[in-house]
Design a protein around this ligand. Structure first.
Ligand code: PEP
Length: 258
C-alpha cells in the first residue's frame, strides 16, 4: 500500500523566526496523535534550521522549496542540496509551477536538480501540471507526458521509485478553483499509465502521486479518496495550522477506510 503524504508549501510566507515559532508550535501540538500520514512542511530557506529544531521528536518533517543543481560554486543567491541535507531535511520540492513560470525553470533544468537531489539522498517532490488554456484546448495529457519525458529523463527504476510526483494543474494553484476529484483522478491514472510504459507496472503502482491546487478542509477528503491520489501538496491552506491540520485529518480518515 502507498502511504499518504501531505505537504505544506509556505512559499514566501511565514519566514521570520517569530512566525515560524508560533505556527509550528501549534502545528506540532495539533498533529501529535496523527498516525499513518507523512507530513512535510516546506518553509522558506531562512527558517529551515529553526523549523527543524522546533519539530524535533514530532510527526512533522521539514523540506526545502527548491535547490540548485550543483553542490557548491559561484552561484550567488543559490542554495546547495548539501546545505539542505546538512540540516536533516529529507525532502525538496522541484519544478513548482511558480519556479517554472516566474523563474523560467525548464524541464531540463529540473531534470538536473532531480538527479542531484537523488544523489544526495533527498526525496524530491516533482511538480507537473498544465495551464488553463492547455486544458481548455484538450492538451492536458500531452503536456503531462512531455513534462514527464523531459523531467524524468535518464532516471533508472530505483531512482524514480524514490520520487514523489505532485500533479498541480496551474489553473488551480492559489485560485480557489480546484480540479474535481474526477479531473484529478483522470490525470493521476494517466501518470501511472506512463510510468507503467516507461518502467513497469510495479513502479506505476508504487509511486506516490499527490494532487495540488486549492486544497482546503472542505474538498480534501473527496480528492484523497480517489484511487490514484496519495495525498496533497497544499499552499494557501497550509498557512493556518488548523486548516492544515483538518486536511491532514482528511488523509488519516482515508487511511482508516483502506
Ligand atoms: C502550491 O503552491 O503547491 C499549491 C497547491 O497552492 P494552493 O494550495 O494555494 O493552490
Amino acid at each position: 500500500m502507498r502511504g499518504l503524504i501531505i505537504g505544506g508549501n509556505w512559499k514566501m510566507n511565514l519566514g521570520t523566526p517569530e512566525e515560524t515559532r508560533v505556527h509550528l508550535k501549534e502545528l506540532v501540538s495539533l498533529t501529535r496523535s496523527v498516525n499513518n500520514v507523512e507530513i512535510v512542511v516546506f518553509p522558506p530557506f531562512t527558517t529551515l534550521y529553526l523549523a527543524k529544531e522546533l519539530t524535533k521528536g514530532s510527526n512533522i518533517k521539514i523540506g526545502a522549496q527548491n535547490m540548485h543543481f550543483e553542490l557548491s560554486g559561484a552561484y550567488t543567491g543559490e542554495i546547495s542540496p548539501k546545505f539542505i541535507k546538512s540540516l536533516g531535511c529529507e525532502h525538496v520540492i522541484l519544478g513548482h509551477s511558480e519556479r517554472r513560470d516566474i523563474f523560467h525553470e525548464s524541464d531540463e533544468l529540473i531534470n538536473r536538480k532531480l538527479k542531484k537531489a537523488l544523489q544526495m539522498g533527498l526525496t524530491p517532490i516533482v511538480c507537473i501540471g498544465e495551464h488553463l488554456d492547455e486544458r481548455e484546448n484538450g492538451k492536458t495529457k500531452e503536456i503531462i507526458q512531455y513534462q514527464m519525458e523531459h523531467t524524468f529523463r535518464g532516471l533508472i527504476k530505483e531512482e524514480i521509485l524514490k520520487t514523489v510526483i505532485a500533479y498541480e494543474p496551474i489553473w488551480a494553484i492559489g485560485t480557489g478553483k480546484t480540479a474535481t476529484p474526477e479531473q484529478a483522478e483522470e490525470v493521476h491514472e494517466f501518470i501511472r499509465e506512463f510510468l507503467s510504459q516507461e518502467y513497469d507496472e510495479s513502479v506505476a503502482r508504487a509511486i506516490r502521486i499527490q494532487y495540488g491546487g486549492s486544497i482546503n478542509p472542505t474538498n480534501a477528503f473527496d480528492l484523497f479518496k480517489e484511487k490514484n491520489i496519495d495525498g496533497g501538496l497544499v499552499g494557501g491552506a497550509s498557512l493556518k495550522p488548523d486548516s492544515f491540520h483538518e486536511i491532514i485529518k482528511a488523509a488519516e480518515r482515508i487511511h482508516d477506510l483502506e
